[in-house]
Ligand binder design. Structure first.
Ligand SMILES: NC(=O)c1ccc[n+]([C@@H]2O[C@H](COP(=O)([O-])OP(=O)(O)OC[C@H]3O[C@@H](n4cnc5c(N)ncnc54)[C@H](O)[C@@H]3O)[C@@H](O)[C@H]2O)c1
Length: 371
């Protein structure tokens, strides 16, 4: 199969959809891999590494797209990329269509088959192609929070682990899912005193079991949140209510109860944020102050560690890419109903219920297309 890897063009996106090792695997299976010149540079993969892996390099973006049967990307296609897609091509990338009507309609008009990373499911539950980025963001949240606690960043001047004779900082993580567990684990590793709040008792049980009481688990109530606000040096927002905007769990009025120079890291900012005073920021200027509290609200945290993120993402996508390349989209999805959950648009029709419902469009179930 002819596989193309264009360079990402979204602002400040440095990841790439395939590493040189991934290219080598595909070439070894008899496929042709064309990589747009410079596509891997931002993630630390030079053109020469792709060439050494047996991929073709192509400088002309039009040729990269035109000749491909399967196009691998990271971010949702930008308008000029949508215009390059055509019927018979398969696009495999993050799409997040339920929040993007113009993109949904553009992909329908293209006639292409569009499979979204984020709606693929796993037999054991969860979203296997979303989890790697949540893992990265959760781990980064503590790094970002620790840095923000430094005086020069507007923080209280507190070192997370403390030192002998000085108590460690108190870190509260709200939401103990993939982001939350990874954040809590990092904070524990750095020697902080860690509390995780969640609404799900099974989730709290899992964390309690896994960490043998080394982190406190607390059922998330208004009381628990008020206590967290009063006591914490660093609060990490990591809640997710599937299909809904994040609930505003800390209001502006509550900031008055926080210690001056304490830090809020709102990882859920990509779903609107879980603190009332959160607004999206970028890596160029990640933080701002409200009422003496430092806010870190970067919406694409994994972008800052493009190399690790690329490797984590492509480790997770490669088995699916291989199946698409070896069998074609129809057979690959027919063989794996969890993979089939990734099909969002095919030849002008929406094939994912939540996307169709979001825009009042008809939905053709993926199962009826693949038999
Ligand atoms: N900013 C970024 O760069 C970035 C990167 C990755 C993920 N995210 C976001 O991080 C958030 C968390 O993602 P995840 O993968 O960990 O989701 P997840 O589904 O694994 O975990 C979410 C957890 O929040 C809990 N929860 C829901 N409502 C709650 C409440 N009121 N109080 C306490 N807990 C509550 C759920 O029970 C669940 O355990 C999502 O909004 C996701 O989009 C952001």
């Amino acid at each position: 199969m002819q596989i193309a890897v264009p360079k990402e063009i979204k602002n400040h996106e440095y990841r790439v959809a395939l590493t040189p090792s991934g290219a080598r695997e595909l070439v070894g299976r008899g496929h042709t891999v064309t990589v747009q010149a410079g596509a891997g540079e931002g993630a630390g993969f030079p053109d020469a590494a792709y060439e050494a892996a047996g991929a073709r390099l192509e400088a002309d973006v039009t040729s990269v797209w035109r000749e491909a049967e399967l196009i691998l990307k990271v971010k949702e296609p930008q308008p000029e990329e949508v215009a390059r897609l055509s019927k018979g091509q398969t696009l495999f990338t993050y799409l997040h269509l339920a929040a993007e009507e113009p993109l949904t309609r553009g992909l329908m008009e293209s006639g292409a088959t569009c499979i979204a990373y984020e709606t693929i499911t796993a037999p054991q539950g969860g979203l296997p192609l979303l989890a790697p980025m949540s893992t990265v963001a959760g781990r980064m949240a503590v790094q970002a929070g620790a840095h923000s606690l430094e005086k020069a960043q507007g923080g209280a001047g507190v070192l997370l682990p403390g030192v002998p004779g000085v108590a460690p900082a108190r870190v509260t993580v709200i939401g103990g899912g993939v982001v939350g567990e990874n954040a809590a684990r990092m904070a524990l590793g750095l020697g902080a005193e860690v509390t995780v709040l969640d609404k799900s008792i099974p989730r709290l049980e899992t964390l309690d079991d896994r960490y043998q009481g080394r982190m406190k688990t607390v059922f998330s109530t208004a009381d628990a949140l008020e206590e967290a606000v009063r006591e914490s040096d660093l609060i990490i927002g990591a809640v997710l209510v599937p299909g809904a905007a994040a609930p505003k769990l800390i209001t502006r009025a509550m900031l008055a109860e926080m210690k001056p120079g304490s830090v809020l890291v709102d990882v859920a900012i990509d779903q609107g944020g879980c603190f009332e005073t959160s607004r999206p920021t970028t890596h160029a200027e990640p933080t701002y102050l409200v009422d003496g509290v430092v806010h870190y609200c970067v919406a694409n945290m994994p972008g800052a560690v493009a190399r690790t993120s690329t490797q984590a993402l492509t480790n997770a996508t490669l088995p699916f890419v291989t199946a698409l390349a070896d069998k074609g989209w129809k057979q690959a999805l027919a063989d794996d109903r969890h993979f089939a959950a990734g099909l969002n648009v095919h030849e002008g029709q929406v094939t994912y219920r939540a996307v169709a419902d979001a825009f009042g469009l008809d939905c053709v179930e993926a199962a009826t297309l693949i038999g």
